[in-house]
Design a protein around this ligand. Sequence first.
Ligand SMILES: NC(=O)c1ccc[n+]([C@@H]2O[C@H](COP(=O)([O-])OP(=O)(O)OC[C@H]3O[C@@H](n4cnc5c(N)ncnc54)[C@H](OP(=O)(O)O)[C@@H]3O)[C@@H](O)[C@H]2O)c1
Length: 331
Amino acid sequence: MSRRLGIVGATGAVGKELLGILEEREFPCEEVRLYASAASLGKTAVFRGQELKMQELGPNCFAGLDTAFFSAGGELSREYVPQAVEQGAVAIDNSSAFRLDPEVPLVVPEWNAETLAAQPRIVANPNCSTIIMVMAIAALHRELGIRRVNAVTYQAASGAGQRALEELRAASRAALAGEAFEAKVLSHDIAFNLLARIDRFGADGYTGEEDKMLNETRKILASPEMQVEATCVRVPVERCHSMSLSLDLSSPCSVPRARELLSSAPGLLLQDSPEDDLYPQPADRAGTDAVAVGRIRESRCYPGGLVLWAVGDQLRKGAALNAVQIAEELL
Ligand SMILES: NC(=O)c1ccc[n+]([C@@H]2O[C@H](COP(=O)([O-])OP(=O)(O)OC[C@H]3O[C@@H](n4cnc5c(N)ncnc54)[C@H](OP(=O)(O)O)[C@@H]3O)[C@@H](O)[C@H]2O)c1
């Protein structure tokens, strides 16, 4: 079955990745339309050897599309996703706009593809850190039951978009040259620094990103009782989110059993060999699809629990790849 596709936010960090992944995976499509802001009119991108021009959003711009990928932020999704659906497309949304809507499935296809069975018109792609964490823990949860997760994330600059990635490079160059630098995209200068706030602070001191890791994980794994206490940190890495995860389990698990369960989990790569100094690193995972897990240890805080280190490319599995996998499932 051939399809007509649209990508809203095609010049962005996720949008560019989406176009590349559709080509790589030979997604069946006869037309691709790319949308960006008015500032990008005149820009082009190449798909299957053809140069495609950026278009602006406007009345009836989705007419004739089967699938519209949204990757341009929550505000635009709230305005344009309903229009895309009205004009006949299925919307796969990368923003947080619809993720907690009970009518909208929030999908990591390896773990809850069954929520797509009713052929929904809107599907939400989860938050990037949430996807990577779910990929790392779901096999353990299904087998042993996870009661609590203590998560600390180390999130790449590109997680805040193309302009944040460019700011990391500019800030690093300025720092090395001993020049002053004023951050415009991120909240503070990221060069050789860590920023322990991603998204807004809430009244309880947790940030929006930390709330997403709790609420979205509960929804994806259909586990409303699970506790997730996260501290999310932006780090001066170009791409790939990394995280330390401490798990309180309902049934105790040894390290060898955890390795066995994780080595057969879909989309996961076990890189856990202390004797070879092997553990996941963002520099190795960038541009790859699998989420890697290593540093598997028995927890010293939770009896019978585990501690893991997970790394995944948040522009691929944390965003664009997951969205394309959803579209493949819907086919
Ligand atoms: N980056 C990640 O790792 C990641 C992971 C998961 C989810 N997400 C989500 O994915 C979405 C996109 O993130 P991103 O990182 O790709 O952001 P980005 O690099 O800043 O890209 C934003 C895109 O939106 C477009 N846009 C802005 N205003 C527009 C308008 N008025 N009309 C049409 N297009 C407009 C931009 O076009 P111009 O270039 O013309 O401005 C650009 O293509 C966000 O909702 C984000 O939360 C991001």
